[in-house]
Design a protein around this ligand. Sequence first.
Ligand SMILES: [Mg+2]
Length: 236
Amino acid sequence: MREIVLASDLDNTLIGVPGIIFLMDELDRRGCRMSWVYLTGRHHFSAMQAVLENFLAMPAAMGCDVGSTIYWEGSVRPDPGWSRRLARFWRGGDVLQVARRIEGLHSLHSPNPFRVTGKFDASVTNAGRIEDALGAAGLAAKVVLSNGDCLDLIPAKAGKGPALKYICATAGLGERMVVVAGDSENDADLFDGTWPGIVVGNAVPALKSARLPSNIYRAGAPGPKGVLEGLLKMVG
Ligand SMILES: [Mg+2]
């Protein structure tokens, strides 16, 4: 069997739902050669904490902050090539200032140079309106709305999918089988058909009901058990 690179979201996909130990044991028992990439909305420190507290495998790389920072195994410094790529057209300070004036957004702050995060009120605004308001100020940002009220504004070239493409190209993962997994809207750009994927059974309704490419498997089981279900479907 080819080595599998499981490129997965953390919260509500690998952790926060029971089954991670079962998943790791089953993969071991079946002799699967695995390497791991995590793509998460968490910042690097919080993601590492989650890895350690949940006994997850050490990842070859992590795309943190919704794919606006990339960290390689053993490094606490974001990948400078990725950061330079995002910095070219990004005016984070201006995005934060303009976002503070957009109706329906609140609790806004900027935890790193490439991300404005906060909450949104779905009864007042939506992604199109937020993009329009930023566009009217001459600013481009990718608007990621997830889990009912979570907002992220990141550079147009950022996101979990673009971060994974950069990781695969930089680490030369072309020979290996990359499989993606996730549960929420901020995982959607992993499911563009580039890689076979698994939507776990506890995914948010918006992702569950989304039209997805034919190489995306919708698991019945939640969390890690859904990931295992999908992997076994794909590789036997
Ligand atoms: Mg998640």
